[in-house]
Design a protein around this ligand. Structure first.
Ligand code: SAM
Length: 251
């Protein structure tokens, strides 16, 4: 995974809409204003049938697009730590183009005192904000976080991984279409283990179509808070192809 490692990145600017973290540049919030941690658990963990799917395994690898304030990561790590049947090692890779400075993460994470011990460990190893892959060994090395700093369109094709679960979290597709473009999502095909699962808060038609082309069979599930739907998907290229052919035949 060769990356330029000295190129400085533009850090995220901390701002809020009402009291929810907000990205001016994208005109969107970092998480639901009905609860960030509850959303992480409902959409991303439950949408991937976690913690159940990592139980009893030696290791479990997952990939996120959009690390943001790391709430999905912290929620996942916390659930893993609390699970007596957890896999021995958790590999979590996350891609982020505009990372926060550690001081901003501290301010953001202070809203969730139950995550404090995890946030402290994460911030103690928070890397310099330079492009490339930064590996953090947390929880005595049992949790490996690979932060890939750069644009998802450049980073996804360079990853050499096989993942059992995916979190797609790149702002609303209408506000950040580049993150959801079919050529970008097509790279998930080579990164997915058979039967891998995927979850995202967006159930938009073009996202479902791009995921189907990447080999995922999508199901709508009840969304978080006032959102009607979210997507939970399973990597099954033959089934996804059959679905695509049926939709062409049915016009
Ligand atoms: C909704 S936020 C993610 C929230 C995050 N998953 C969490 O748990 O806190 C979307 C993230 O995608 C990042 N992003 C937007 N466009 C990107 C791109 N082209 N490549 C990589 N990251 C991008 C943003 O900087 C932002 O941090």
């Amino acid at each position: 995974m060769p990356y330029p490692s000295s190129e400085a990145l533009t850090a995220a600017t901390l701002s809020f809409q009402d009291s929810t973290p907000y990205a001016e540049q994208f005109g969107d919030v970092y998480h639901s204003n009905e609860g960030g941690l509850a959303q992480a658990r409902h959409v991303f963990l439950s949408g991937n049938d976690l913690p159940g799917r990592w139980q009893g395994r030696a290791e479990f690898s997952m990939l996120e697009t959009g690390f943001g304030l790391g709430l999905n990561f912290l929620a996942t790590w916390q659930a893993w730590r609390a699970d007596p049947l957890r896999c021995r090692r958790l590999h979590y890779t996350s891609i982020e183009k505009y990372p926060f400075h550690a001081a901003d993460l501290a301010q953001l994470h202070a809203r969730w005192p139950e995550l404090d011990a995890f946030s402290v460990q994460l911030r103690a190893q928070w890397p310099a904000l330079t492009a490339g892959a930064h590996r953090l060994l947390l929880d005595e090395g049992q949790v490996e976080l690979t932060l890939v700093l750069g644009d998802v369109a450049d980073c996804l094709p360079r990853l050499d991984l096989r993942c059992a679960a995916f979190y797609l979290d790149g702002f609303a597709p209408a506000k950040n279409p580049g993150m959801w473009a079919p050529p970008v999502l097509s790279h998930l095909h080579k990164l997915a283990l058979p039967g891998a699962t995927l979850a995202t808060f967006s159930a938009a038609g073009p996202v479902r179509q791009a995921l189907r082309q990447a080999g995922f069979v999508c199901k709508r599930r009840p969304g978080f808070g006032s959102k009607w739907h979210m997507l939970a998907a399973r990597f099954s290229p033959e089934e996804a192809l059959a679905q695509s052919l049926r939709s062409v035949t049915n016009g």
